[in-house]
Write a new protein. Structure first.
Ligand SMILES: [Zn+2]
Length: 210
């Protein structure tokens, strides 16, 4: 369960469950807090004034990456690119996905293959006591990016400070989109590193649009 999500437009959009959390988010990152129409529990949103957020990742488990194909509301292929992760009866069996990204994308286009699903769980460096936020992405590039970072923080002791940033990209022909990028940051004040992660309910999250 999360209290919120963070979404990328040009700047991050944060949605949270509790008004007092959205007030803190607005204070730190700028922007107005307000209620928005949702059937979820994250009733409050903040359209922040920032495209860069510093986050704390509590080890490689905080970066969940898998591959999923949905059909008519059912998860019909769930793997790590090589082995099935579910259902239980097929878990650990070879899934048959090709190794190359190009072939994997081609299979998605033909409606045959799964696409990446990245789910980050993190605390905010600027407000670690607010609890754990989430950000999800189905971008291939972000999955590659997150995979490299997951390996990089695998040997780190304690939490790793990373930057979650939005970059505007302009294609030939003028099409613009915003892509999320995850960067490893070093040299952040040690007092944040010493502040232990709090177990318990997830207070918020972070999401994005492509
Ligand atoms: Zn597969």
């Amino acid at each position: 369960m999360t209290d919120g999500k963070l979404t990328a437009l040009c700047n991050w959009r944060v949605t949270v469950r509790r008004e007092e959390v959205s007030a803190v988010v607005a204070q730190i990152f700028g922007g107005e807090q307000r209620e928005w129409q949702t059937t979820g529990a994250d009733r409050f949103e903040v359209m922040t004034g920032t495209s860069k957020v510093k986050i704390l990742l509590a080890g490689p488990c905080a970066v969940a990456i898998d591959m999923r194909r949905w059909s008519r509301g059912s998860l019909v292929h769930h793997c790590d690119g090589e082995w099935f992760l579910s259902p239980e009866s097929r878990k650990g069996d070879l899934c048959g996905c090709p190794h190359s990204i190009v072939e994997r994308k081609a299979r998605v286009k033909r409606g045959l293959g799964p696409q990446p699903n990245v789910d980050l769980s993190f605390r905010l460096v600027d407000a670690p006591d607010l609890g754990v936020f989430r950000m999800k992405s189905i971008s291939w590039k972000f999955a590659e990016n997150a995979s490299v970072l997951k390996d990089a923080i695998g040997s780190a002791l304690g939490e790793s400070v990373c930057g979650l940033e939005l970059e505007a990209v302009e294609l030939k022909g003028g099409t613009r989109y915003v892509k999320p990028v995850l960067r490893s940051l070093v040299g952040y004040p040690a007092d944040v590193e010493r502040n232990p992660a709090r177990p318990g309910a997830l207070p918020g999250g972070l999401g994005h649009r492509h």
